[in-house]
Design a protein around this ligand. Structure first.
Ligand SMILES: [Zn+2]
Length: 305
């Protein structure tokens, strides 16, 4: 029985006896682990109140090799999640991250990059780094990167069934079973289909494409689609820039102020972006529900985000 050191996010604390707790953590080096914390409920606990949901802790635990539960021997608090006292929406967002980590990851299956991403996101939600209005989009980006890290990123650039490229700009069919968009010929033989607007797909491609552009991950699922996504996004961005430029040329003078132009563009796309964000979040929620086989409990509390 080896003593292991790592850092973890507390996902769940269940009272076990008068004095002990069962603690589940998502750790950097060992993935999700469930341990017994003896004496954690005593007034003078050796864990010094580090074991709160969403707290980041440095821990030492005895890793039993069999199926037996590990023994938590030390937990030092690195950062506590404080949003509970400030904002209900931020608290729900934090609990939702916990629910996703709990249900989408397997015991003892480490994903250090997902751990880093999760600690970063929890810190963002818990601080003023992002405004309340940005929490929804931030969660969506997290969901997509998480799906990528876990090998569930949906196919978005061509038919997931036959590989045919998407050529039209009509609404697309997204197969929840198939895990990606479907062409007209393949959608007939698939069930569990959700319809997605062309703007919604574009929005989704930009998020995924942008994120893939920012990082170099080893996951096959990411790399497989990387170049295609980036070229699709580039093409569509170019297309949109041309459209925006054309529509502007009619009403602006010959030397438009650069700042002014930018402002007008973002104003023009504000409402559309909100609509796309809502549509894509609904789609990804359906997709995650399908992957899990049940709907995450926290969805109904995320309505305002
Ligand atoms: Zn097809």
């Amino acid at each position: 029985m080896a003593a292991e050191k790592t850092t973890g996010i507390v996902l769940r604390v269940i009272p076990f006896s008068e004095t002990s707790c069962i603690v589940t953590l998502f750790t950097r080096d060992f993935g999700k682990i469930t341990t017994m914390a003896k004496g954690a409920r005593r007034p003078k606990s050796p864990f010094e109140a580090a074991l709160d949901v969403l707290a980041l802790c440095r821990i030492v635990f005895l890793n039993k090799n069999s199926d037996a539960m590990g023994l938590l021997t030390e937990a030092k608090l690195e950062r506590r999640f404080r949003s509970a006292t400030r904002s209900l929406d931020r608290l729900y967002a934090g609990y939702y991250i916990v629910e996703l980590l709990n249900s989408l990851t397997d015991d003892g299956d480490p994903h250090p990059e997902l751990f880093e991403l999760s600690t970063q996101l929890i810190q963002q939600i818990d601080s003023t780094e992002i405004s309340e209005d940005e929490v929804g989009l931030t969660l969506l980006k997290y969901e997509l990167r998480m799906l990528g890290f876990l090998g569930h990123l949906p196919m978005l650039t061509k038919c997931v069934s036959c590989g045919r490229e998407k050529t039209t700009i009509a609404r697309v069919s997204f197969g929840l079973n198939a895990g990606g968009i479907l062409c007209g010929s393949c959608r007939g033989s698939e069930s569990n289909i959700v319809s997605l607007s062309p703007e919604g797909l574009q929005f989704l491609l930009e998020i995924v494409g942008g994120q893939i552009g920012e990082q170099s991950q080893n996951s096959d699922n990411w790399n497989g689609q990387r170049q295609e996504l980036l070229s699709v996004v580039d093409n569509q961005k170019l297309q949109r820039e041309i459209e925006v430029r054309d529509s502007f040329s009619a009403e602006t003078d010959e030397s438009p102020d650069a700042d002014n132009t930018e402002l007008m563009e973002s104003d023009a796309t504000g409402t559309e972006a909100d609509r796309c964000l809502k549509e894509v979040r609904r789609l990804i929620h359906k997709y995650i529900t399908h992957l899990l086989g049940f709907q995450p409990k926290l969805y109904k509390f995320l309505g305002n985000l």
